[in-house]
Design a protein around this ligand. Structure first.
Ligand code: XMP
Length: 561
């Protein structure tokens, strides 16, 4: 896909027009599904081979989106690099294989090809864009450079009758095209199943061999019937039955944890965020009291946060929890520090020290839990190895596993964020807790410009509380990626009653995003903005001015530091 098309797609997924996205809908549907299902536990001790669609990734930025679409249809889907060995065929019950798009042309020297095991596996195959050209090229057809490159909206028309892949779709199907090459000769046994003005073969296939190729992207929002095409492939052609439900992915995760940990002991650092909460709840379900959670109050949290975490874990979930209030220690480490990266470094170092000291009091421990999500896993194994330029250092428990001789247990390794949320609800964690906006590890320290002090923290906590309160009251909390206040290190003149004031300026930041890689400032209603501003200035005496941040990312970042 060219850059323009890509940008348009990004805009679609994270842009300002984000009224309701698939993410919002997913969470809604999720909750409904989750409420209907109960965790029966009857599969908990049975070795699982989950029915799976495998995506062979040839370097497309859309592989992840295809996986999400398939999982949204309740079929488990895994992405592996194009040159991976066929191990997955033994590990899972593979129902079908998708060959992704990619930047190459099949006739170039060194172009990546589908490995032979794909064709020997005797399961249906769907090639998308480059994947389609691979099918043609490797199965005896011919691919040539097209006269016109075709990017963007197109309409395809069904070519003939009884096309299982397009069953139930109208005759004219709007799609999102992105290709330069075209199929000149079909492979033996294949027929054209749809055409467009520019592509004599926009869909090809052989229902006998159960191999199909499509020239367009079914996974993007610009192909409105794309989900039906993927549904036809997974259910009608591959014969999947739809086992990837919240109840099953919780069961699956519990099973994997038990298998890995055996009768070992696990420690888990809680951050208060949804990932570590769900990871801990899953591990607790799997091994009970052999899990100990550690929550470090670094003094940089939002108002009420430390109490909330204690309530959720110790009271609601009955998890072994060690709570450490280390406010003074962290503030001492931050004394005089104004540089954002130094703040991060000091907080990270201090956290590791506290965590290690606490863990050392527990006797022998085998595992450290980590909330790694599926996108992190895909990124690290992706065919595309270009590392993104590091803008900010995000601290984690770096170096600790090696020093303490701990192995990692990562129960969310196969889940997307929305699945983590659904799993949380399934485990009995409140919707409020699973739908929380992300909060950075260094907390309010990177929302206070300049030195962090007790007094500034108190001022920011009061303003932050009002922002969240009003955003929730307006029904916007879950529609926003993040919403918060920033304490600038500027003071301005104001007038209250007859008195001149000289007080702090607070900035309001609210953004919409899908994954924090890009973000747009949220168009909050004027009424909500007015209420936030009035309340902050009236209720927090140290603040006399509220400004609104209207910068998107890029070029800005979400946090100010
Ligand atoms: P930026 O500011 O880079 O933020 O656009 C992207 C996302 O990451 C969060 N963030 C952090 N999270 N440690 C964290 O755990 C950090 O140092 C950190 N800095 C930013 C930010 O809240 C947003 O969701």
């Amino acid at each position: 896909m060219n850059e323009e098309a890509h940008e348009e797609e990004l805009e679609q997924s994270s842009g300002s027009a984000r009224v309701a996205t698939s993410d919002d809908i997913e969470v809604g549907t999720y909750l409904e599904i989750a409420q209907k299902e109960t965790l029966t536990g009857d599969r908990e001790n049975v070795p699982l081979r989950t029915e799976t669609i495998v995506i062979l990734d040839f370097g497309s930025q859309y592989s992840r989106l295809i996986a999400r679409r398939i999982r949204e249809a309740n079929v488990y889907c895994e992405i592996i690099p194009w040159n991976a060995p066929p191990d997955i065929l033994h590990e899972q019950d593979v129902k079908g294989i998708v060959l992704s798009g990619g930047p190459n042309s099949v006739y170039e020297d060194g172009a990546p090809l589908a490995p032979a095991w794909v064709f020997d596996a005797k399961v249906p195959v769907l090639g998308i864009c480059y994947g389609m050209q691979l099918l043609a090229h490797q199965l005896g057809g011919k691919v040539e450079p097209g006269l016109h490159r075709e990017y963007g909206h197109a309409v395809i028309h069904k070519d003939g009758q009884n096309i299982d892949l397009l069953e139930g779709l109208s005759g004219d199907i709007p799609v999102w095209m992105s290709h330069g090459d075209r199929i000149e000769d079909l492979p033996p046994g294949f027929r054209s199943m749809a055409y467009s003005d520019n592509s004599p073969v926009a869909v090809m296939g052989s229902s006998e061999q159960k191999m199909y190729g499509i020239q367009f992207h079914p996974e993007v929002a610009h192909t409105p019937q794309g989900a039906e095409i993927l549904h036809n492939f997974t259910y009608r052609i591959c014969g999947a039955s739809g086992t990837w439900t919240p109840a099953n992915f919780v069961t699956d995760a519990i099973h994997r944890i038990r298998e890995q940990v055996g009768d070992g002991r696990v420690i888990c650092a809680l951050s208060g965020g949804v990932d570590s909460t769900v990871a801990a709840a899953l591990i607790h379900r799997a091994i009970g009291d052999r899990l100990t959670c550690i929550f470090v109050d670094n003094g940089l949290l939002r108002r009420g946060e430390a109490e909330r975490v204690q309530t959720v874990f110790a009271r609601d979930l009955g998890v072994n929890l060690i709570f450490k209030d280390e406010t003074e220690r962290f503030l001492a480490a931050l004394k005089g520090v104004t540089d954002p990266e130094v703040k991060r470094k000091r907080i990270g170092e201090e956290f590791i020290k506290v965590f290690e000291e606490t863990a050392n009091t527990l006797g022998h421990v085998d595992y450290l839990a980590q909330g790694t999500l599926y996108p992190d896993v895909i990124e690290s194994t992706s065919a595309d190895t270009t590392a993104a330029h590091k803008i900010k250092t995000h601290h984690n428990v770096g170096g600790l596993p090696e020093r303490m001789n701990l192995k990692l247990v990562e129960p969310l390794r196969y889940m997307f964020k929305d699945e983590v949320r659904r799993a949380g609800v399934q485990l009995g964690i409140s919707e409020q807790a699973v739908n929380r906006q992300p909060f950075p590890g260094p907390g309010l320290a990177i929302r206070i410009m300049g030195e962090v002090t007790h007094q500034k923290l108190e001022i920011l906590r009061a303003a932050d509380w009002i922002v969240i309160d009003e955003v929730k009251a307006a029904g916007l909390y879950e529609k926003l990626w993040q919403s918060f206040a920033v304490l600038t290190n500027t003071q301005t003149v104001g007038v209250m009653g007859d008195r001149r004031t000289y007080q702090h300026v607070v900035a309001l930041r609210a953004v919409q995003s899908q994954d924090a890689m890009t973000a747009d400032w949220a168009r909050l209603p004027y009424d909500t903005l007015a209420r936030i501003s009035n309340r902050i200035v009236n209720e927090v005496p140290e603040i006399n001015r509220v400004v609104l941040d209207i910068t998107s990312k890029p070029p800005g970042t979400i946090e100010w530091e």
